[in-house]
Design a binder for this molecule. Structure first.
Ligand code: ADE
Ligand code: ZN
Length: 332
């Protein structure tokens, strides 16, 4: 089997994808039109030309503008269902989806409208596509901790179906320590914890995510490489880093995919795996991310399989399920 076929054939878990980041221009036009929402583009081509980012903030401005088309439960359902179809194409068998309620509640959309649309698509994906999923609610770090407490409160009635809480949006200037208390409360409520750290922000933010938020995984974490002591700890604890290669390239965290450190981190013994982050904006879903790093870094079969194994190891699946998928990968 050549490597492209192997990547396609392997079962994979996705652990870092923002549902609002899967909003493809075609669907954005369709939903904006039916909701009579104005978007600042006339054609799909115009939209794609606007996707020329120079850092995280320049992307987020466009990402939040696009999300304004989402109003009704059906919009959130259609968005999520479209993502599951991409998972099926890429043989992603399990996905842990981020959603950003505050992006929508600030526009007057009810929490339950957002949640119900996304969750119903998750239920249908299990039944019709045999894809399992979990939901992770993210706090927007450019907003206040008080606002994060408010959204946590709104989430409590849906707690049985939200496995974890995360932290996303503009990283620089918004360190994890800003949210120490709300994460402590979320942990008390039984949520698992993840946080974006070390994407654009320094290694110090990863230390804070570990020591103050007590995370189960770090999202991105690629700047951990700048701190040997931190690397040692991440290796020792087998703390997962949910790495997103095309995102790092599109947001100019790296200049060339050949510079990407996923292969070095993997070879050092870190639990890294491949994810798509905001695939509608960054040029591809799971398999495109694999193809891009394989082309640039020449991974070889063993590393490709290890990345798929790590995706299950780091997932929030029950141990039996993890074992089942890891054995399937090993047998390939
Ligand atoms: N929200 C959506 N994508 C993000 C990213 N890559 N970093 C931080 N927040 C995000
Ligand atoms: Zn992200």
């Amino acid at each position: 089997m050549n490597q492209q076929n192997l990547i396609q054939a392997l079962p994979k878990a996705e652990l870092h994808v923002h549902i609002e980041g899967t909003f493809e221009p075609e669907l954005m036009f369709e939903i904006a039109q039916r909701n009579a929402v104005d978007i600042p583009y006339k054609t799909v081509d115009e939209v794609k030309q606007a996707y020329n980012f120079h850092n995280l903030q320049s992307f987020l401005d466009i990402y939040y503008a696009g999300a304004k088309a989402l109003i009704h439960e059906k919009d959130f359902y259609d968005l999520t269902w479209a993502y599951f179809k991409k998972c099926k194409e890429d043989h992603v068998v399990h996905t842990e989806i981020f959603f950003d309620p505050q992006t929508h509640t600030v526009r007057g959309i009810a929490f339950e409208t957002i949640f119900n649309g996304i969750f119903k698509a998750c239920q249908d994906a299990k039944e019709k596509l045999d894809i399992s999923s979990e939901l992770i609610m993210c706090f927007l770090r450019h907003l206040s901790e008080e606002e994060a407490f408010e959204v946590l409160e709104q989430a409590l009635p849906f707690k049985a179906h939200i496995i974890g809480v995360g932290l996303d949006s503009s990283e620089l200037g918004h360190p994890p320590i800003k949210f120490e208390l709300v994460f402590s409360k979320a942990k008390e409520e039984g949520f698992l914890i993840v946080a974006h750290a070390g994407e654009e922000g320094p290694a110090e933010y990863i230390w804070q995510a570990l020591d103050l938020l007590h995370v189960n995984r770090i999202d991105h974490g690629v700047r951990s490489e700048e701190d040997p002591k931190l690397l040692k700890r991440l290796i020792k604890e087998r703390m997962p880093l949910t790495v997103c290669p095309l995102s790092n390239l599109k947001l100019c965290v790296i200049e060339d995919m050949k510079e990407h450190n996923i292969k070095r981190l993997l070879d050092l013994g870190l639990c890294v795996m491949v994810n798509s982050d905001d695939p509608a904006y960054f040029g591809g879903y799971m398999n495109e991310n694999f193809y891009a790093i394989d082309r640039a870094l020449d991974l070889g079969e063993a590393r490709i399989k290890q990345l798929a194994i790590n995706s299950f190891e780091a997932s929030f699946l029950p141990e039996q399920e993890k074992k089942k998928w890891i054995e399937k990968v090993q047998a390939m």
